[in-house]
Design a protein around this ligand. Sequence first.
Ligand SMILES: [Zn+2]
Length: 176
Amino acid sequence: MQPKRPVIFVIDTSALYHQQQFAAEDIQLATTPIIEKEMHQKGLKESLDLLIVTNKLRIIEPTPHSLEKVKITAQELGDLPTLSEPDQQLLALALDLSTQDYRVVLVTDDYAIQNVAQQLGVEFKSISTSGIREIINWETYCKACGHKEPGSTTETACPVCGTTLKRRAIHKQHID
Ligand SMILES: [Zn+2]
């Protein structure tokens, strides 16, 4: 039997609002310098610094090699137009840590990130969707140019570039 690998959560800014979810568990957190900066701008410096001084959170720059792999994969999936630079860096960091002796879990509610993570073989977890019952809202989008239509659209081809539209879950709501 293999020894249990330590769990490391790669988190984005929204995950910091839910940090009590991670506090009690024996898990490490990691994020990138660009997300750290974003957290500072959102006035989260205090809680961020506390996580850093208690060795709960590590700030790590992803390698160019992993970043390149993320870009290529996102391009293939048609998700590159919807992935921001911080999104790509988070995915790259998750890849980097996966090659080390960690069980890496990417914490994000972003479906484009989840989609690329799945393709890269990176495990992910949603923050806001851990409820028992959920309503899923759908979005119709164009894989080629990133154009989005309301979920109720009857269009089958992208009005911008003519590519066949795809559908994906964009939002899950809890039913209490
Ligand atoms: Zn299009």
